[in-house]
Design a protein around this ligand. Structure first.
Ligand code: FUC
Length: 762
């Protein structure tokens, strides 16, 4: 044991002796009342559980437990019509008598174990409910128990949201149906013939469980366990028109298997599985005063909105983002605008895959917060749907010789069958390619690079080789692009230019690593260097379009549009940075200052990441205060902190991002941005604490990932690095590590854990 660890133990013992609680935050959201069971409550108060494919919002009312459940693949529409992501059904347990007189009510969501719990006391009996969505078992379990036997009498009902036939037999309710012919009033008819099924099995200890019309009646049970399964015939295969087998047999088997296993085993399996993902990163941003910590999460959020001063809540919010990714992106389609939670037939923007920031932001935390495999649904989706995108792209985009361009590109909106809607967002393809590359950069999985990422990057590069246009001065520009949702459609918008630069730059690097395609490498290098690049405008801003606009608003310091897409090169790109390109970084800062801190959730989260990349911890932190504020509370404005904030973004009592309505990208973006404040690795070096704010004077993070295949732990005190450790996951190599202005060179063997002390940077 070295001197430092002895020192730490002494320090810890001292803290414990002084009665100071350990600062590692409790990873539990807590409430002292149930969620209101209506649309408002669904969005703002109910708590989400999910296994990446199926999930539910849980309300926790004493008289009625309600799980509004979904399967991420249940979509209307087809490969030509957008349709919308659909709510699946509702599972309700009615407990007559419990609706009044419950005391000691508590509702919690345990982020580390993925378990939702409700407890209350009613007529001297303590009732407990636990709900979780198991990935290994592919079912949702709801367990109701009590401190005294024979207390459960009531009923269980399953409702299907698309009018499926219900069958009730013994202790089981089935629903099976098809979306064929199902058309919403505001939607075009489609060829969708998806089938779906859900079912619940009710298991009792003590008492009786009997079918009773459309319900199952429970009489005098000691405890009951509900095992819920759901699925659709969706398959990620364009050749089968995304439609496979009827899911009834599969769902029945999943439910039967789970129902036959001991509950404790089912639960332990789930908790282990969940913890194996969430538990990879520990974040300690400092201790919250005990009185604040004791508040329920909703009250705590309000107090935070007014006064800040709750680092444990901030760390919890970071872990919540990771919890949400684990719950909405595993083994099926990628997380959509609302993850996999949606209770509406016509959700905002169809709860779709938006290509101009939203789906990308969903995946920003995946690599850096050590949840790499959760990005795989996104890659599978892109490859699975690409045949349809190719078809539609070939119809629309021709080369000079009249032949269709190679590859595929995207419109702003898209669904799981390949249909696209709204205006073209042509560099969406290259932005997607960045995710493929980043997966390799963080994991060093060379097989993934060779077999999955590089072919995709190469095809996307081919699209841009065919489609770029040459200006008279020889520069290359993306023709007729749109800086997302802002300004005109024209040649060479900065957003497009930067994303194509990123694509070519990464593809050149990938080809080099794989030692393939030397000619293509040379061509793409030349083309990259001929792209019209980032430029600085008359008031020191980074130009959003090829030429500075002469417009009353666009390109002026008065322009506060929420999209700041022309800063892509700063984040998530790597073309601009304060160390490599200080002048352009200054221009990016000027632009950000003018755009202001207001915005929707995702907009604020993106700005937070921009500030982190500019190494400005105070500004990044200020954005976090905005993201994590109660929407509309405006209390922080009164305190003069967010004078220019509008009330669009923020965080609801259930900690979901208020867009409004609830939109999950803000949660994911802010989680990634917190990671960016503590660790960056895009510039060929591991940068420790690049944007540490004063509000986090002492803390630690363990388990973040850095590009190059490293796991990084960092500890700091009084705003200064104490030590770090860098573990190499892939081959041996040397890595540069930066702290402040100082860079050191560290040799790391595969699997080796190198400790780095602060003294090495002096
Ligand atoms: C983009 C944004 C909107 C919204 C939508 C889903 O169009 O500009 O704010 O997030 O996506």
């Amino acid at each position: 044991m070295n001197v430092k660890s002895i020192h730490r133990i002494v320090l810890l013992a001292g803290l414990l002796a002084a009665g100071v609680a350990c600062a590692a935050p409790e990873l539990v959201l807590r409430y002292d009342r149930p969620a209101q069971d209506n649309d408002q409550g669904w969005e703002k108060e109910a708590l989400p559980i999910g296994n990446g494919r199926i999930g539910a919002m849980v309300f926790g009312q004493p008289g009625r437990e309600h799980l509004q459940f979904n399967d991420i693949t249940l979509w209307t529409g087809d490969d030509k019509t957008m349709g919308a992501f659909q709510p699946f059904g509702d599972l309700a347990v009615e407990l007559p008598g419990h609706e009044r007189g419950a005391t000691d009510y508590r509702r919690t969501l345990d982020l580390a174990r993925g378990v939702h719990t409700v407890t209350y006391v009613h007529k001297g009996v303590t009732y407990k409910r636990e709900a979780w969505a198991s990935y290994p078992a592919q079912v949702i379990v709801l367990r109701l128990s009590a401190s005294r036997p024979g207390q459960y009498s009531g009923s269980v009902a399953l409702t299907d949201r698309h009018g499926a036939h219900l069958a009730v037999a013994n202790n089981r309710i089935h629903a099976a149906g098809t979306l064929a012919g199902f058309v919403l009033p505001d939607q075009a008819p489609s060829s969708n013939v998806m089938t779906y099924a859900s079912q619940v099995q009710v298991l009792n200890e003590g008492g009786k469980v009997v079918a009773d019309g459309k319900r199952i009646k429970v009489e005098g049970a000691d405890s009951i366990t509900l095992v819920l399964g759901a699925g659709t015939s969706f398959v990620m295969d364009a050749a089968r028109r995304f439609n496979g087998e009827h899911p009834l047999a599969r769902v029945t088997e999943q439910v039967n298997r789970a129902a036959a296993r001991p509950l404790a085993e089912l639960r332990t399996e789930h908790e282990k599985d969940f913890a194996s993902l969430v538990g990879r990163v520990d974040l300690d941003l400092g201790a919250t005063p005990a009185a604040r910590r004791a508040l329920p999460t909703d009250a705590r959020l309000l107090a935070y909105t007014k006064q800040g001063g709750d680092p444990e809540l901030e760390a919890q919010y970071f872990q919540y983002g990771r919890y949400l990714l684990v719950s909405s992106s595993r083994g099926s389609l990628p997380a959509n605008l609302q993850g996999l939670w949606n209770n509406s037939y016509s959700p905002p923007w169809n709860s779709d895959y938006h290509t101009n920031i939203n789906i990308q932001m969903n995946y920003w935390p995946a690599e850096v917060t050590n949840l790499s495999e959760l990005a795989v649904p996104f890659f599978d989706f892109v490859n699975g749907v690409a045949p349809v995108w190719r078809r539609d792209t070939a119809l629309e985009f021709k080369r000079k010789d009249g032949k269709p361009v190679r590859g595929w590109t995207l419109r702003t909106e898209s669904n799981p069958f390949g249909a696209m809607g709204y205006l073209w967002n042509k560099t969406g393809n290259a932005w997607y390619a960045q995710h493929f590359w980043e997966h390799y950069a963080f994991t060093r999985d060379e097989r993934f690079l060779r077999e999955v990422a590089y072919p995709m990057m190469k095809e996307t590069s081919a699209f841009w080789q065919d489609y770029l246009k040459e200006l008279p001065d020889g520069r290359l520009v993306a023709p007729q692009g749109w800086s997302p949702e802002h300004g005109p459609v024209e040649d060479g918008v900065a957003y497009d230019q930067q994303i194509v630069w990123d694509l070519f730059n990464n593809t050149v690097e990938a080809a080099g690593i794989l030692k393939v395609d030397p000619e293509l490498r040379a061509t793409l290098t030349r083309m990259r260097d001929r792209l019209a690049g980032p430029r600085i405008g008359s008031w020191g801003q980074l130009l959003e379009w090829l030429e500075e606009k002469k417009d009353p608003v666009l390109d002026t310091p008065q322009d506060t549009h929420r999209h700041v897409s022309h800063l892509f090169a700063l984040f998530p790109g790597r073309q601009i940075g304060p160390v490599q390109t200080p002048e352009l970084a200054r221009a990016a800062r000027r632009t950000l200052e003018a755009r202001g801190d207001a915005g929707t959730g995702w907009s604020m989260a993106w700005k937070m990441a921009f500030w982190a990349r500019l190494h400005d911890g105070e500004r990044a932190y200020r954005m976090l205060r905005g993201v994590l504020a109660a929407p509309g509370a405006r209390a922080s404005e009164q305190a003069g902190i967010f004078s220019e904030h509008n009330n669009a973004g923020g965080t609801y009592p259930n900690m979901l991002d208020a867009h409004p309505p609830f939109q999950i990208d803000g949660n994911f973006g802010a989680t990634a941005a917190i990671a960016e404040m503590l660790l960056q690795s895009q510039a060929g070096e591991i940068h420790l604490l690049p944007a540490l704010p004063k509000s986090w004077p002492t803390g630690s993070v363990k388990g973040l990932r850095a590009r190059g295949g490293y796991v990084v732990d960092i500890a700091w005190r009084d705003g200064q690095l104490v030590d770090a450790s860098v573990r190499g996951l892939s081959g041996a190599g040397r890595v540069k590590v930066r702290y402040g202005a100082k860079v050191i060179d560290v040799a790391i063997q595969q699997g080796q854990n190198r400790s780095i002390g602060a003294a090495q940077f002096q």
